[in-house]
Design a protein around this ligand. Structure first.
Ligand code: PLP
Length: 385
């Protein structure tokens, strides 16, 4: 690719910190993970616990495990998301129920969540999509009225604000991702913010085999190697090597997000006379966008090819392209198991056939942005109906 879809910003301080960990004799979960969690907690205002994990997928899994879901329980979520949001509901033995999203923002619609609530509903997992927040006040009110747990999938939303409040600052469960494509990275990794101390304790158990002490404490000098299995858990702990990267990435979050906002503004300007591709719109309620993704929807009436062919041609011209996301209710497993068909989520399906993401990351240059847009125009010209 001439212009890759993703390029993480790794600078000298991240590299030095990783080398420091490698030379220190302690590379798994240890003091740097503890520091990273503390800094994350303080950044979020200090009222929530921060529990690190080795991916947002793991974070979603153990958050759902805290609900002790039973067969027949339902969890409402969006279809335009990464598979793990939905797969984890299935893996925990519950039934995913889909609410449609807004056609222009791709944020889950509180009005459709309300319609999908039944006596079996236990939780709602909205996705703060592409770096913009969902309509949290509306969704929280629905959860409160109906005694549902709110698990926010904030994989795209490190630094996003909703009506002035940081996403995660007072959440029941709020799960962030540090995958290399995300606004900050730890290689792979994730963080759960959660306001109940009891849930935080359970999350800490579940992320490390369900035993009562994690590796750092067990092997510290002077502490005993004994442990107790409280309940079967998983191996989802973050390494100090990962936290070493995260500690420095975290310091740069505002710089990175500001650069993303600048790049997003440039794209809007460059694309304003290209009606064949329609950017996602920011939500109307007050918010600060973290611009994790810049998503376009192809006007299928304007060109002679479908979205898949269109993005193949962009890729052949050297532009890295992402798909965030094909509707999951129409993927093999969910179609087969639940008999889901086209027509059940009109806005999600409309977008699913048209959307694609173009490069957006702090290292992207203005010249590269111009090249991306020129290439889009070139392919449109070639394929104009
Ligand atoms: C909306 C959403 N949720 C969850 C995840 C999972 O994140 P991770 O790769 O850290 O497991 C992703 C990853 O892209 C995502 O986009």
């Amino acid at each position: 690719m001439n212009i890759p879809f993703c390029r993480p910003t790794i600078e000298e301080d991240e590299i030095k910190e990783v080398v420091d960990s490698l030379k220190s004799g302690w590379i798994t979960t240890g003091p740097k993970v503890v520091r990273f969690e503390e800094e994350f907690k303080n950044w979020a205002g200090g009222k929530v616990s921060a529990v690190s994990v080795n991916s947002a997928t793991a974070g979603l899994h153990i958050s759902l495990k805290c609900l002790d879901l039973k067969p027949g329980d339902e969890v409402i979520t969006t279809s335009i998301t990464w598979p793990s949001t939905v797969n984890n509901i299935e893996i925990c033995g519950a039934t995913p129920v889909f609410a449609d999203c807004d056609r222009d923002t791709l944020q889950i619609l509180p009005s459709d969540i309300e319609k999908k609530i039944t006596p079996r509903t236990r939780a709602v997992i909205p996705v703060h999509f592409a770096g913009a927040p969902v309509d949290l006040d509306e969704i929280k009110a629905l959860c409160c009225e109906n005694h549902l747990t709110l698990i926010e999938d904030a994989a795209h939303a490190v630094g996003t604000r909703y009506k002035g409040r940081l996403v995660g600052e007072d959440s029941e469960f709020c799960v962030f991702s540090f995958h290399p494509i995300k606004n900050i990275t730890t290689g792979e990794g994730g963080m759960i913010l959660c306001k109940s101390e009891e849930n935080a304790r359970r999350l800490r158990l579940l992320r490390f085999h369900g035993i009562s002490r994690d590796a750092a404490k067990r092997y510290q000098r002077g502490s005993s190697p004994q442990y107790e299995v409280i309940e079967p858990g998983f191996k989802y702990n973050m390494l100090d090597i990962q936290a070493a990267i995260g500690l420095h990435q975290f310091k740069k979050l505002e710089r990175f997000n500001e650069r993303r906002r600048e790049l997003a503004r440039n794209y809007f300007e460059l694309l304003k006379d290209v009606p064949e591709v329609m950017p996602l719109l920011p939500p109307k309620y007050p918010h600060t966008h973290a611009w994790h993704l810049f998503i376009l929807r192809l006007d299928l009436n304007a060109v002679t090819v479908n979205r898949d062919q269109f993005i193949t041609e962009l890729q052949e011209e050297g532009i890295g392209i992402g798909l965030h996301f094909p509707a999951i209710h129409l993927q093999h497993y969910y179609r087969e198991k639940y008999g889901f068909k086209k027509g059940m989520l009109p806005n999600a399906e409309w977008n699913s056939e048209r959307l694609f993401s173009i490069p957006l990351y702090p290292l992207l240059t203005e010249k590269e942005q111009e090249k991306v847009v020129e290439t889009i125009k070139k392919v449109i010209k070639r394929r104009k109906r």
